[in-house]
Design a protein around this ligand. Structure first.
Ligand code: HMG
Length: 301
């Protein structure tokens, strides 16, 4: 049975914009967050507290977090790879923080400059400190369906990292297809490993649409009862450490699917398309979203 309600986490302001070569102003990022919450998004990944040398686009993290007019009922999350990032993030009152590990050693090294074991030594005090401050911790497992350096990734490798997340007290397990190579059976096998250690309400999917498989993978997760997905308005994005990776699945496309299935999200498609048009205008290109472009063309007559 499919779930009645799905939560979409819009990661556009963070995952979507982190790889943009031209600087996007803090004011535009803040406006994007405002438009997303006006469309009904209740979970927004706003920014990351990572090294500005590694990801310059997120260097304005504090300005962006401080500039948002917060709405009750909306959860604002930020990425923190280590205690330095968490300390800086705490000053901006995030509702949730995200630690991001990888299913493969090669990607862990390229993305956060350490081994998987070292990454968890860094995450452990981050989780403890976040919890001591009453903040929930989401974990993301990159390259759970394939790695740009290693290639195939097995379900055993995914489960190893799921266990590490559970061992250090991470509250939620996000399974991420960083390079978009997953297909439904493989996705279900990876999700099944996450579900051995986390309740279904604390497992989510994060799909990049590089090979056009994201929606079918989300449908495969829905069939398992999974009801939380990351998506990125206008299909923004691409990971700086995964060559050729395109954006996350577009939030508009996921919403169109969910609306068609009669699954409740609380999100207004027209206002979401407005948000997609806004940020695409800022970036000077069309949304990478079938639904967004179709509705914009319809509006234009
Ligand atoms: C993790 C580090 C920081 C380790 O980087 P490092 O060089 O190993 O760290 P370090 O502790 O040796 O410090 C080196 C320098 O970085 C500074 N530093 C150290 N930590 C921080 C911090 N938190 N904030 C700001 N500055 C920091 C530190 O102060 C020092 O500055 P310096 O003395 O040279 O001037 C680095 O590798 C990094 O920032 N990597 C970027 C990771 C990233 O943002 N990747 C993209 C997001 S993950 C993703 O997109 C995947 C996901 C989640 O969406 C799911 C999916 O699709 O797969």
């Amino acid at each position: 049975m499919l779930p009645d309600h799905v939560t979409l986490v819009d990661v556009g302001p963070r995952d979507g914009l982190q790889n943009e070569k031209e600087p996007v102003s803090a004011a535009h990022k803040i406006e994007l967050v405002h438009r997303l919450q006006a469309a009904g998004l209740r979970e927004i990944e706003v920014t990351s507290f990572v090294s500005p040398k590694w990801v310059p686009q997120m260097a304005d993290n504090r300005e962006v977090m401080d500039g948002i007019e917060r709405r009750p009922g909306v959860r604002y999350s930020v990425l923190t790879p280590n205690l330095k990032g968490l300390d800086a993030a705490l000053a901006t009152r995030p509702d949730e923080i995200v630690v991001f590990g990888a299913a493969t050693e090669a990607f862990s090294q390229r993305n956060i400059n350490c081994s998987i074991a070292e990454s968890f030594e860094r995450f452990r005090p981050v989780v403890e400190t976040a919890h001591a401050n009453g903040i929930k911790v989401r974990g993301a497992i990159s390259c759970a369906l394939g790695c740009p350096y290693q290639g195939e990734v097995s379900a055993d490798e995914v489960e190893r990292v799921v266990r590490l997340m559970k061992d250090i007290g991470v509250d939620h397990c996000g399974v991420a297809d960083t390079i978009g190579v997953g297909t439904p059976r493989k996705v279900q096998a990876a999700m099944e490993r996450a579900l051995r250690h986390y309740p279904i309400a604390e497992v989510s999917g994060h799909f990049h649409d590089t090979y056009g498989q994201a929606l079918v993978n989300i449908h495969a997760c829905l069939q398992m009862g999974i009801a939380i997905f990351d998506a990125s308005v206008a299909g923004l994005g691409g990971c700086p450490y995964a060559k050729g990776a395109t954006g996350n699945v577009a939030t508009e496309d996921v919403l169109f699917l969910l609306n068609g299935l009669g699954i409740e999200t609380g999100i207004d498609l027209d206002r979401l398309v407005d948000a997609a048009a806004f940020i695409s205008g800022v970036l000077g290109r069309k949304p990478v979203s079938r639904t967004g472009n179709a509705l914009l063309a319809k509006r234009a007559g």
